[in-house]
Every structure is written in structure tokens, then in C-alpha cells.
Design a protein around this ligand. Structure first.
Ligand SMILES: [Zn+2]
Length: 263
């Protein structure tokens, strides 16, 4: 053996070098295929991500389309006799002399009617009664209604006599003509209303609960948004569904109307 090592050392070195060289080649090719595998894997994952985001975009667009169709179809904001009819200082009733059907007197054990003969549409009256009862059990006070349905002629009379544009709508442009709106407690400004401790508490309660009975505080975000000064006393019936939607999105009927108009 020693003799072999001594005489064939060149051969041995050659074999060793050759083996080492071969091993390096083998390792290189191995890592190369590992790299190829990783590259393929990443490409596949990328493709999956792309497919997934396409699917999400598709579902989102479909949901939005359905949502839009549903809201536009469900709520009629334009017909005079619609519970969700939108009115403000530039959107009037279609018929100047529109008079709602199903008007009935507000009469409830839990409401004080300041005139003794204020009227409101039947469905709104039903929900107003329910709300007033819960209100009464909370404060042991009756809700005082100081205004509700006002005809075109009545509104014209108010306007002609005293009421400025930022506080009272022009005749034909008043939510009160819909038979769905009520004014509660006798005050003339937001500051006056909120400076009275009890009224402030009542507003807090209504703001938290009125939507459950379909009532919405129409003018709560000032002139730029609602086109009138803030009126914590003015509430209108809108169906529970729409009032709840407005409450959950923290928007007013004017903002909702503009959103629907743009879409
Ligand atoms: Zn009002």
C-alpha cells in the first residue's frame, strides 16, 4: 500500500482534485435547480394573489351595484306621497297644493298637543305614539308637539307674517307639508334649545333612540349641509329602515339625497 501511495501520488492527487471539482459542479447544479424551484413557487404565489384580488374586486363591484340598486329602489325620494320624499329649500313638492292622505290628529296619553289639533300621517302617528310612551317612561314627561302638518296656505301665512328663510321653509318647500314632520317644544334657536338643561337631555335621548321609531333630525349639520340652521326640535318620520341607515352612517337626509343623486 505504501509503495502504491509513493509511486502513484500524482494519480491520487488527480483523483482527489477531480472528485472535488465534480462535487463543486454537482452542488452548483443542485442549488441552481433549487433556485428555479423557488422562482417558480414565487411566480405561482403571485398568480394566486392576482387571482384573489381580481375576485375581491369583482365581489366588491357586485356588492356596490346591488347596494346602489337596493337603496335607489327601496326609497322613493321624489314622489310627493312617498314616506321618504326629500324636500329642502331648492327641492319642492311636485304639486304645489299637495295634501297628504291619511292625516290624523295627534292624540296620545304621552303627548301634549300644543294646539289640540295638530295632524300627522297615520303611520308616523303610530310610531310617534310608541316613541312617546318610551320617552315618558324614561323622563316621566310628555313630549310636547308644537307643530306638525302645515298646508301650503298655512306655511305661506307664516312666511308672509314673520318667519325668515334660514328658519322657515318657503311654502311648497316645507317638510311640514309632507305630514311627516313634527316640531317639539317651543324654542326658536339651537342655542336657546340647548341652553335648557331638560331640553338638552331630551335631545340626547331622541338622538340616541328616535331612529328606532323611524324619526330623523333633519337639520343637524348647519346650512352648508342641510341648507337650514340647526333645528334640534324638528324631526321627521322616514321609515325605520332609512332612519336606521342614516343613523348608522351618521349622515342626514340631505347628504343621503346628494349621494344618491351623484351615483
Ligand atoms: Zn319644523
Amino acid at each position: 500500500m505504501l509503495y502504491f501511495l509513493r509511486t502513484h501520488w500524482i494519480l491520487i492527487i488527480f483523483v482527489l482534485v477531480f472528485t472535488y471539482f465534480f462535487w463543486i459542479l454537482y452542488s452548483l447544479s443542485n442549488s441552481n435547480s433549487k433556485l428555479t424551484y423557488l422562482r417558480d413557487d414565487i411566480a405561482k404565489k403571485n398568480q394566486n394573489i392576482n387571482e384573489l384580488s381580481n375576485q375581491i374586486a369583482f365581489i366588491k363591484s357586485k356588492w356596490w351595484k346591488n347596494y346602489k340598486e337596493k337603496t335607489i329602489k327601496s326609497y322613493d325620494l321624489t314622489s310627493d306621497n312617498s314616506i321618504t320624499k326629500f324636500v329642502n329649500s331648492s327641492v319642492s313638492f311636485n304639486d304645489k297644493k299637495y295634501v297628504p292622505e291619511n292625516l290624523e290628529s295627534i292624540s296620545s296619553d304621552f303627548i301634549i298637543d300644543s294646539k289640540g289639533n295638530w295632524k300627522i300621517i297615520k303611520i308616523a302617528n303610530t310610531y310617534l305614539e310608541k316613541m312617546s310612551e318610551v320617552f315618558y317612561r324614561n323622563f316621566w314627561k310628555k313630549i310636547i308637539v308644537v307643530s306638525s302638518y302645515r298646508s301650503y296656505a298655512y306655511q305661506k301665512g307664516i312666511k308672509d307674517r314673520w318667519c325668515p328663510d334660514n328658519l322657515c321653509a318657503k311654502a311648497w318647500y316645507s317638510e311640514h307639508q309632507s305630514g311627516l314632520a313634527i316640531d317639539l317644544w317651543e324654542t326658536t334657536t339651537n342655542n336657546e334649545f340647548m341652553s335648557k338643561k331638560n331640553l338638552k337631555e331630551y335631545y340626547k335621548w331622541l338622538n340616541k333612540n328616535a331612529y328606532k321609531y323611524g324619526f330623523h333630525n333633519t337639520y343637524q349639520k348647519w346650512l352648508e349641509i342641510d341648507w337650514y340652521e340647526i333645528e334640534p326640535w324638528h324631526w321627521r318620520y322616514l321609515w325605520v329602515e332609512l332612519a336606521t341607515e342614516l343613523k348608522s352612517k351618521n349622515i342626514t337626509i340631505a347628504e343621503y339625497y346628494n349621494k344618491i343623486k351623484k351615483s
